[in-house]
Design a protein around this ligand. Structure first.
Ligand SMILES: [Zn+2]
Length: 96
């Protein structure tokens, strides 16, 4: 098994754990980012949606402002904690 496959598996486990143990969420978020960095890979899509890259915290539904932009066909997510914005296209074009 190569490092990236292993990293992906560990990240998937940590994501699940974080949902079960909310008080350790931020610690897990840190670990997930560390693992991804070590494996020299980007975050898997499942983790990308859940962790803010800037403040390195799990994004909770109530710590997020979601806006849609009809012109660019994007959903804009703003992290309330650090104010960083991310955009995801919702047009039929594939993401990533
Ligand atoms: Zn943030």
């Amino acid at each position: 098994m190569n490092l990236k496959t292993l990293a992906k598996e560990r990240i998937a486990v940590l994501l699940k754990e974080a949902e079960l143990v909310p008080e350790k969420k931020d610690r897990y978020a840190e670990l997930i980012l560390k693992i991804a960095k070590k494996a020299e890979m980007g975050l898997p899509k499942s983790a990308k949606m859940k962790i803010c890259r800037k403040c390195k915290k799990f994004i909770m539904p109530d710590s997020l402002i979601i806006r849609t932009n009809k012109k660019t066909k994007c959903v804009e997510y703003t992290c309330k904690k650090c104010g960083s914005k991310r955009r995801y296209s919702y047009s039929s074009k594939k993401n990533n």
